[in-house]
Design a protein around this ligand. Structure first.
Ligand SMILES: Cc1cc2nc3c(=O)[nH]c(=O)nc-3n(C[C@H](O)[C@H](O)[C@H](O)COP(=O)(O)OP(=O)(O)OC[C@H]3O[C@@H](n4cnc5c(N)ncnc54)[C@H](O)[C@@H]3O)c2cc1C
Length: 318
């Protein structure tokens, strides 16, 4: 396998695959390296109903189509690998995979995505996308006239609980403390909403159901009492973790460990760009990841063209 590429993309979610489509179509020799299965968070999504131009599609199918599109333009994809070393300074960037295979490139796009923080209750993994959601914008609509729980006590939890009352017939906010961490106006808005109830000082400890979520067990933190509650869905808003642990001393991150980018998706190192859920931003959707991936690819393409010209001029002088 060729080991030098014009561009290497790290992460094959919506952002990375989009960057792969744009770069390969522009005849930029591109390699995508991905930890785990191709598609990222899209493959965890049972149904995507807000991707423009597509009425309804499973996340798996959307990811599969994006992957094929990138490959058809000539993009090389290696998945289920582990990046063990990353050298981004200088004109040639070096990425080592599985402690042995070395790949080089003139430009790198980082699109490692992220994950919502989980509550850590029993069978949470099993019911992800089958009753448990981490995104009101994505899934709120599936809970029309249903009863749901919102977990969390910060701004996002209270803001999203209010927005979910557009769909749900009843929203119960479950929070581990006896007070909220959210701004006062979010708390007031939630308290004044007749569809919203509160269970304070309590944690979800178990999700129950056959194929779909049917009920949850809730434990009161001061008494230890456990109750079971029938429920159609649970939305969890207790924070977000970008997949940037391996980049800690390599690229500039903000205090939430999100990658700092400028409007062209460029980071603090020449020839390195970032896109998608791992960058600092407020809204995390397939559409926003796709947009970031497009911008990062176009910026990387321009960088590579300028680099080529620079090298040609240097050769003329010699
Ligand atoms: C359950 C669920 C439902 C959702 N529903 C919707 C919806 O209906 N509509 C919508 O618009 N959005 C939805 N979203 C959000 C949307 O899926 C994401 O915002 C979007 O897919 C993010 O894409 P990304 O490419 O930035 O990151 P990711 O999808 O997270 O992809 C990142 C990729 O990088 C890989 N990676 C991570 N670290 C490394 C590393 N060190 N080296 C190599 N590879 C690495 C990961 O394995 C992954 O494949 C949902 C999210 C979830 C979890």
């Amino acid at each position: 396998m060729n080991t030098h590429f014009d561009a290497i993309i790290i992460g094959a979610g919506a952002a990375g695959l989009t960057a792969g489509i744009y770069l390969s179509r522009a005849k930029v020799n591109t390699l995508i390296l991905n930890e785990g299965a191709v598609g990222g968070q899209m493959v965890l999504t049972h149904e995507i109903a807000n991707y423009p131009g597509v009425q309804n599609i499973s996340g798996y199918e959307l990811a599969r189509t994006m992957k094929l599109q990138a490959q058809n333009f000539g993009c090389t994809i290696r998945s289920n690998i582990k990046i063990t070393s990353l050298e981004l300074d200088g004109k040639i960037k070096k990425v080592t995979v599985n402690n042995k295979d070395e790949f080089t490139a003139n430009a790198v796009i980082i699109s490692t995505g992220g994950k919502s923080r989980m509550v850590g209750a029993e069978r949470e993994e099993k019911f992800k996308g089958k009753g448990i959601s981490y995104c009101a914008t994505c899934d709120g609509d599936f809970f029309q006239d249903k009863e749901i729980i919102v977990v969390g006590g910060g701004n996002s939890a209270l803001e999203e609980a209010v927005s979910l009352t557009k769909y749900a017939s009843k929203v119960t906010i479950v929070h581990q403390f006896d007070h909220f961490q959210a701004l006062e106006h979010y708390v007031d808005e939630a308290k004044n909403n007749k569809k919203i109830n509160f269970i304070m000082e309590s944690k979800l400890i178990e999700f129950i159901g056959d194929e779909k979520l049917e009920s949850v067990k809730i434990q009161n933190q001061s008494t230890g009492n456990i109750t079971e509650m029938k429920i159609d869905g649970v939305f969890i808003f207790i924070g977000y973790v970008p997949n940037t642990e391996s980049l800690l001393n390599v690229v500039e991150l903000n205090k939430w460990n999100e990658i700092i980018v400028n409007k062209d998706m460029k980071i603090n190192i020449d020839g390195v760009f970032a896109a998608g859920d791992s960058i600092q931003k407020r809204y995390r959707q397939v559409t926003t990841a796709v947009a970031d991936g497009t911008i990062a690819a176009l910026s990387a393409s321009e960088y590579l063209n300028n680099l080529k010209k620079e090298i040609q001029e240097e050769e003329l002088v010699q």
